[in-house]
Design a protein around this ligand. Structure first.
Ligand code: NA7
Length: 545
């Protein structure tokens, strides 16, 4: 028997974003457990703590981008704009932490570097970068899906005499673009949000585009007091609407096919969605993500709008040369993105046709020899999504099995929530969960509540450990694949949904594309069947000091 000299909790939670904050509240205040959060950053907020780049804003509408589990939280907060901006979301999450008195159980500046399951004392032993250790029966990762920056290893990066920044590690003091020649690599959601704002203050902005992208005007606007009142008075209905639909946004996906209406009617429907703005265009017809011909109608509609906006025909051609069906990569929404290319101080460079060869002390050189002289390089190059942050935590499970070995051929989970060989570990928004294909707080609330109920059930049964079987994980991975293959999404060969944006990463479609209602039903059935697909081991035998 070995003495445990470290603080021992019932549960350790990694991350203090939406997921970690709610998980702490649920375990501590509903189950009465001792729970503690380890957070790498200096404050709460997760993604919204790190992503402070210009123009950072959520693509979910603010009234739906909030916790709905607490009437008090809903009624005590007011959003100012249709889409919440990063500083406002950060204020919201601080408000949540204060209202629920969460801070006293969070350690900040605590990056987890190792988490090791010890079968002998039935505990997870967790070490942070500062060498401090804690232990717990339950380990819950709440590390987000887009938190591990993907910084491409372009030769010469460290020789650059100017400054380079990744959008996900934006300096708190900001970056002053005034008078600067700025190069931005990447045209995903982030680059598309940042470009118009950077162009507004930089001397010159050069956008290096590898893959052209669809984007839809967000049509952001301040919220009227009438809307704010409506959202508060109708919170129950809004919640119901979010729970009824696959992607967790508070509007339904149409049941009509894009192919059953004539051209004029389809055009009018797309037009209305375009004018309304945001992610709604994806919901105009039921088959946009499943039928290539239906998808083509939406894709063509968007290309036509881009051509209308962009004045220079060569630039318009580059921006509309999109190689994947609409919404098979995460569809960005924007505020003046395509208009930005009409500015005199903005240049678009096609680095698919003429790839980046190296970063030089003075800028970026392309294969053709063309040189772009720059003072600042912005990497809007995305994330090692869904698995990156988990694999960097040094997690080892039963018999010293490293998570990186267990997932060498791609992530394998049961429901995106647990991993075979890793007892008592839960992954909020893990690979295999619907997470990134949904309005996140909806998925997070469901995951946290399911995990909390599972832990409560295990404690009531006096169970020491729970983990899924290998067979259950195999079945779930196969199901996630089947569901994805019934959509057009795997056709975007280079998307981060597939892990294809990170060199050497296994190509596996990671999120569950079957929608929240189906996922919720499956999770509920698994629990009702006594946690089918999971194995438990005997009574708790914790060894204490
Ligand atoms: P994304 O969507 O992964 O976009 C990254 C962009 O960076 C994309 O255009 C990439 O082109 C480009 N990229 C990445 N590496 C390179 C290199 N080496 N050279 C040139 N271009 C490169 O990340 P975001 O941060 O925009 O968005 C992430 C999510 O955050 C978003 O989906 C929302 O859910 C919120 P590619 O397409 O790979 O050719």
């Amino acid at each position: 028997r070995k003495a445990v000299e470290v603080p021992v909790h019932d549960a350790l939670i990694v991350g203090a974003g939406f997921a970690g904050l709610y998980q702490l509240h649920a375990l501590r205040d509903r189950l009465g457990l001792s729970a503690h959060v380890l957070e790498a950053a200096d404050g709460v907020g997760g993604t919204w703590w790190w992503n402070r780049y210009p123009g950072a804003r959520c693509d979910s509408e603010s009234h739906a981008y909030a916790f709905y589990f607490s009437e008090e939280l809903l009624q005590s907060w007011e959003w100012s704009e249709r889409y919440p901006e990063q500083p406002e979301i950060l204020r919201y999450l601080n408000h949540v932490a204060d209202r629920l008195d969460l801070r006293r159980d969070i350690t900040f500046n605590a990056r987890v570097t190792s988490a090791r399951w010890d079968a002998e004392d039935n505990l997870w032993h967790v070490t942070t970068a500062d060498g401090r250790r804690r232990a717990a029966t339950w380990l819950i990762t709440a590390v987000g899906c887009l938190s591990s920056a993907n910084i491409p290893d372009i030769p010469g990066r460290d020789d650059f005499a100017g400054r380079w920044v990744h959008t996900g590690h934006w300096p708190h003091e900001g970056v002053d673009f005034a008078g600067q020649r700025v190069g931005m690599i990447g045209t995903g959601s982030t680059g598309i949000q940042a470009a118009p704002v950077i162009a507004g203050s930089a001397a010159h902005l050069t956008v290096f585009q590898r893959t052209a992208n669809y984007s839809i005007p967000a049509r952001n606007t301040p919220l009227t007091s009438a809307f704010k009142r409506w959202a508060k008075e109708n919170a129950a209905e809004i919640r119901e609407a979010m729970h009824a639909t696959g992607n967790g946004h508070p509007w339904p996906v149409s049941e009509r096919s894009a192919l059953e209406v004539d051209d004029a009617e389809r055009e009018a429907i797309f037009r209305a969605a375009w004018e309304k703005g945001g992610l709604r265009l994806r919901a105009t017809f039921r088959d946009i993500l499943t039928d290539r011909r239906a998808n083509d109608t939406a894709a063509e509609f968007i290309r036509a709008r881009i051509r209308e906006v962009v004045k220079d025909p060569k630039t318009a051609a580059m921006l509309t040369d999109i190689d994947h069906p609409f919404a098979t990569k995460r569809p960005p929404i924007d505020t003046g993105y395509f208009e930005t290319f009409n500015r005199d101080n903005v240049t678009l460079v096609d680095v698919r046709a003429d790839p980046i060869e190296r970063i030089t002390p003075t800028g970026i050189r392309l294969k053709s020899g063309a040189e772009h002289v720059l003072d600042i390089i912005v990497f809007a190059t995305g994330f090692d999504a869904m698995t990156g942050a988990l694999l960097r935590m040094g997690i080892t499970g039963r018999d010293g099995l490293a998570l990186s070995d267990a997932w060498a051929a791609g992530p394998r989970t049961q429901l995106g929530l647990q991993v075979a060989g890793f007892p008592n570990m839960f992954t909020v928004t893990g690979p295999g969960s619907p997470s990134v294909l949904t309005n996140m707080p909806v998925a997070i609330e469901q995951h946290v509540e399911w995990i909390t109920d599972c832990i409560a059930a295990m404690r009531a049964r006096g169970v020491a450990t729970i983990e899924p079987t290998e067979e259950a994980c195999d079945r779930w991975v196969a199901h996630v694949n089947d569901v994805a293959n019934a959509t057009l999404m795997p056709q975007a060969g280079h998307s981060w949904y597939l892990g294809a944006n990170v060199p050497g990463k296994p190509r596996v479609f990671m999120p569950y594309a079957g929608g929240m209602p189906a996922y919720r039903r499956i999770c509920d059935e698994v629990a009702a069947a006594g946690y089918e697909g999971f194995v438990t081991t005997g009574a708790r035998t914790r060894v204490t000091a």
